[in-house]
Design a protein around this ligand. Structure first.
Ligand SMILES: Nc1ncnc2c1ncn2[C@@H]1O[C@H](COP(=O)(O)OP(=O)(O)O)[C@@H](O)[C@H]1O
Ligand SMILES: [Mg+2]
Length: 245
């Protein structure tokens, strides 16, 4: 398919590499083996989806990849960094610069305006407020919210709030964006628009995306789909016009 021999020889850069990841939640009452040996590789620029039934370990896995949660066994590297061996301060700094996170429930700060919410990752990374706000305005224009920069989040629709969350996840130009069920609180049409926006950004900026979703209608956007069940990845299928379930 690819006529350019130079391109076929160049293997894509690995962004995430998980090998044999295990994670258990142990309490006096109950032990849950949430991840039971995960092997996963995500390449630079990929739009990767992670699907599977509720409770199969999706959030646990992406939390480990994002450096929010520690695994018990196995190796996980993100841009060749092993979070388990990093100093917590270095991890915070690296994560703050490299990774953007989009949550199911938007997690916007109600007392800050839209632009202030979006500028938070830049302020955390040490940028001055005027410059951070200017960057926030730019990215808000990119997600179609230029009219709403001085509004407060609770005056926006769900779809608009998720756009603010996307802008916040992208404002510091992270190389990897991780999304936990970003459309599940939205109606179908709005959810598709949000996915379309993320896909456009993926293609334009070559940002790598890992997206957890239950929603088979959005599989068409994926480069690859990892199917999880009961703490393992059972198989990986092709997205786009490959396999739709
Ligand atoms: N902090 C926690 N303490 C105890 N059990 C947890 C915790 N987080 C997740 N679990 C359990 O681990 C399993 C996987 O959870 P999760 O990764 O949230 O699944 P998913 O995102 O696929 O719905 C579930 O059985 C869940 O109840
Ligand atoms: Mg989850």
């Amino acid at each position: 398919m690819n006529a350019d021999p130079k391109r076929t020889q160049t293997s894509p850069m690995t962004v995430v590499q998980c090998k044999g990841i295990k994670k258990a939640f142990i309490t006096p009452d109950v032990s849950t083996y949430a991840l039971r040996g995960i092997d996963l590789r995500v390449n630079e620029g990929e739009f990767m989806m992670l699907v599977g039934p509720s409770g199969c370990g999706k959030t646990t896995l992406i939390s480990i990849i994002a450096g929010i949660l520690r695994h018990d066994v196995g190796d996980c590297t993100v841009f060749d960094k092993n979070f388990s061996t990093m100093h917590p301060d270095d991890l915070l700094r690296f994560r703050g610069k490299t990774i953007g996170f989009i949550f199911q429930s938007f997690n916007l700060i109600p007392t800050l305006t839209v632009a202030e919410n979006v500028s938070v990752p830049l302020l955390i990374n040490g940028m001055g407020r005027p410059q951070a706000l200017t960057k926030a305005y730019h990215i808000l224009r990119e997600v179609g919210l230029q009219e709403k920069v001085n509004t407060f989040p609770n005056l926006l629709s769900g779809g608009q709030q998720q756009r603010v969350a996307i802008a916040r996840a992208l404002v510091h130009n992270p190389s990897l964006v991780i999304c936990d069920e970003p459309t599940s609180a939205l109606d179908q049409e709005t959810g598709l628009k949000i996915l379309d926006l993320m896909h456009t950004i993926n293609r334009k900026r070559k940002t790598t995306f890992i997206i957890v979703s239950h929603d088979s209608r959005i599989f068409k956007y994926a480069d690859r789909i990892a199917h999880m069940n009961d703490g393992v990845i059972e198989r990986i299928s092709n997205g786009h016009d490959g396999e739709h379930e």
